[in-house]
Ligand binder design. Sequence first.
Ligand code: FES
Ligand SMILES: [Fe+2]
Length: 309
Amino acid sequence: MSAKYPRGWFVIGFSDDLEPSEVRPTRYFGRDFVVWRTESGEVRVFDAHCPHLGAHLGHGGMVEGDSIRCPFHAWGFDSTGKCTDIPYSSRVPPKARVGSHPTLERNGTLMMWFDPAGGAPEDYVPTLEEFGADAWTPWMHRMAIIETQPREVVENVADVAHFPNVHGNQVLSFEATFDGPSATQATRTTGYDKRGRLTEQRTVATYYGPAIQFSEMDGEYPTVILNAHVPIDENRLELRMGLLVHGIDYETKLGRTLGEMWIDALQEGYFQDVAIWEHKRWQDQPMLCDGDGPIDELRKWYAQFYEAS
Ligand code: FES
Ligand SMILES: [Fe+2]
């Protein structure tokens, strides 16, 4: 793998994380960006630093209509990144612009496209039927900054043998399919619910590209879970968890409390993995055995995102 970071779509927030005219500094892929929303509601991701004298647009930049103005000398950049206005100059240098990165707001999430080679975005992120549908809650979501690298997060789903030990459930069946930019695991597991009853759970979890996974789980209350990460640098990432639940009334206090307990429990499950990831080392040549799950296939599938498109 020559590139440091994979190519693809990355979730950088939920829609309700960013208001119109809001400006946020961020750091992803070892680089600085400014994430902002135009007054009319479009999300934009620009390189952070102004081409003039290098101020960070995310620290004090102001949105005006569909433009952002630098906090230092007030140069204005339109929503494509082109400088269109310098308040004290009659002429705008024709090449004055700030780098802009493709964005996508879908399923109530904010995404950016990142390709170290600068390739055009691909269209593989599905539209979820459940998002915004009747009897489904809105996203309940959490974000955590953790010290690990993306490969560990992605590999977790193919690592069947860790389920009983780390998560306390038994895998009854497991099937993985790899198809272009998507990788799907269909699993049946057993576990115990809060009343100590043995339950069986079916989950179909699909990665769309290197960093966005939706899992559909059946049961009395069907759920959709979003598991997404975006690298901050080579050793840290933002991990996002989102949960949609069918059949609880999120408008009521009880429903909302139930939902919040649910997402907290989900986060607890993720942190069972995080506790391992933050201290393990990456094993390039793992010593595998029967029963380990399709770790090799998963690695081959994931390598495609590091190759130039
Ligand atoms: S540094 Fe941005 S306008 Fe001068
Ligand atoms: Fe896990």
